[in-house]
Design a protein. Structure first.
Length: 301
């Protein structure tokens, strides 16, 4: 009978702390400084300007601006135009993306390139095009007046909220078309063929196969358009819509025309808060949608 001596278990040595890496700080510091200089500092300056105490007003700036009828009208008009323009862009952008992706026709690539070209144009060019086409002295009114014999054409909507919404839909629709086209190209063609071979109608294929895959892209495009239309200034200014007062126009009026910088800073702070709220809401909904789709895929696998 032999006895073996077992070596007593040695205690594991504690892990050494990771060395402090200066390279990580060197890579993090430049973008942090840029964010502080170009984003945080201007917003902090706007906030402090809205709380200006040199004139003895202090928080009275906020109560005076937020309690005014002009601010409430501008806030409601801004949200109304942004919501209707976004809805119009979603409807028109979805139709255009479906046609370009699934309806073969001659010149589809040219149409796609023209839609992409709109993204590179400034917004006021669309407004000028609307003025030349649909203005009181535009081509459409001149043609209708020549046909009917009237002195003036019937179209006179550019100076109204409808004209602003129409111009914004025309300019911002490509921001919905482009992500939808990218999403449609990711759908396997075999999946559509199988659904059609099983007797599903085109509308059913669209509802059950195509659109569920495109919801994240549609949400991304719609959220981007909503943020852009909420802060749009050039289209409203160049349409000459004097009765259409939005928050960006009100900021311009208070800060540049009447030199009321504290009042303009209050409205700008509200505008920034509204934009950040919409952005956080979009991120939350996008995470919910993508998380739900991934969970469904994992269950199928």
């Amino acid at each position: 009978m032999t006895a073996t001596l077992e070596r007593p278990p040695t205690e594991a040595s504690p892990p050494r702390p990771a060395p402090f890496r200066w390279q990580s700080i060197a890579w993090t510091l430049p973008p942090l400084l840029l964010a502080l200089g170009f984003a945080v500092y201007p917003m902090a300056r706007v906030l402090t300007e809205s709380l200006d105490t040199e004139t003895g007003s202090g928080l009275g700036n906020w109560s005076g601006v937020l309690g005014s009828e002009l601010f409430r009208t501008a806030l409601w008009r801004t949200m109304q135009i942004a919501a209707l323009s976004t809805l119009g862009c979603l409807v028109l952008g979805t139709l255009l993306a479906l046609v370009l992706a699934f309806v073969p026709f001659t010149g589809s690539k040219v149409v796609g390139r023209l839609i992409d070209a709109v993204l590179s144009l400034p917004s006021f060019l669309i407004t000028l095009a609307f003025t030349f086409l649909y203005g009181t002295a535009g081509a459409v009114n001149a043609l209708i007046a020549r046909i009917t014999g009237d002195a003036h054409g019937p179209l006179n909507f550019l100076g109204t909220p409808l004209g602003v919404i129409a111009a914004e839909i025309t300019f911002f629709t490509p921001f919905v078309v482009r992500p939808l086209l990218a999403a449609f190209t990711q759908i396997p063609r075999e999946q559509l063929d199988v659904a059609a071979s099983l007797g599903a109608s085109p509308l059913r294929v669209l509802r059950t196969v195509v659109m569920p895959e495109a919801w994240p892209a549609l949400l991304a495009g719609g959220s981007l358009v909503l943020l852009l239309t909420l802060n749009e200034f050039g289209i409203v200014l160049f349409t000459g819509a004097k009765d259409v007062m939005t928050l960006p126009v009100l900021i311009y009026t208070r800060g540049i025309v009447t030199f009321d910088l504290p009042g303009a800073a209050v409205i700008a702070t509200v505008q920034v808060a509204l934009s950040l709220t919409l952005y956080c809401t979009y991120r939350f909904l996008f995470a919910k949608l993508t998380g739900g789709s991934r969970a469904a895929v994992d269950e199928k696998i």
